[in-house]
Design a protein around this ligand. Structure first.
Ligand code: AMP
Length: 212
């Protein structure tokens, strides 16, 4: 199955070997506003934070101070990295906004938030999360499929969290609703290091979404 995308790296590079530099400068991370049940989710968020800072990537995320979102923001800040939060005013007013970010962008709506997160970022990672996480990664993939951008998108597949989603996407390919080339746009790895390496090697497909 295509979760094989998450296990096909014959040799993993050590963190210091990643060596990812420009042109990518900021990575957007979509992730749960809840912590989830497994400690591995927060652990993976801290590891991703470490890899981002080690490779001089800033973090862009939804601006909240809770769940996996709070874990990754705090871990990047603690490691000396930059964090840009983008939050709609309605959520800020509910006192969910992180108060100590490098920059907190307060916007009018969820639509404006996702658009600003996309503009600020050079690549997009989804970690375990719920509806919000799913819709954000699917929307940015959809924009990529329509060739509105050519930036890499990927899943950090902690403890097989996304295996069923990957199976569903293969089903969509098999049923003729998703082109294989577009399916391949969703990168996947079980480590932050491996995923960012795939980002560095990524080039967007040239295929048109629409069948001729
Ligand atoms: P979910 O996966 O449903 O927990 O939603 C998390 C994702 O949606 C994050 O990547 C955020 O961008 C956005 N989001 C959902 N709830 C919140 C919240 N309370 N505060 C900030 N962002 C949120």
């Amino acid at each position: 199955m295509s979760a094989g995308n998450c296990g096909n790296h014959a040799r993993r590079k050590s963190k210091s070997e990643v060596g990812l530099t420009a042109p990518m400068a900021r990575i957007c991370v979509y992730c749960g506003s809840n912590p989830g049940h497994r400690p591995s989710y927060a652990k993976a968020a801290r590891e991703l934070a470490e890899v981002l800072v080690a490779n001089k990537f800033g973090l862009v995320y939804g601006g909240a101070d809770k769940g996996i979102m709070g874990v990754i923001a705090n871990a990047v800040l603690a490691a000396g990295g930059e964090v840009h939060g983008v939050i709609p005013r309605a959520l800020q007013d509910k006192e969910m906004a992180h108060q100590s970010l490098t920059a907190l962008h307060v916007v009018a709506s969820m639509h404006e938030r996702k658009s600003m997160m996309a503009d600020l970022s050079d690549g997009f990672i989804a970690m375990p999360g719920g509806f919000g996480t799913l819709e954000e990664i699917v929307e940015i993939l959809t924009w990529g499929q329509l060739q509105f951008h050519r930036k890499p998108c990927g899943l950090l597949n902690v403890d097989g969290y996304f295996d069923d989603l990957l199976r569903y996407l293969d089903h969509a390919v098999g049923e003729g609703f998703l082109r294989p080339e577009n399916r391949q746009m969703l990168l996947c790895d079980v480590t932050a290091n491996g995923l960012l390496q795939q980002f560095a090697d990524y080039s967007a497909p040239l295929v048109e979404k629409w069948a001729t």
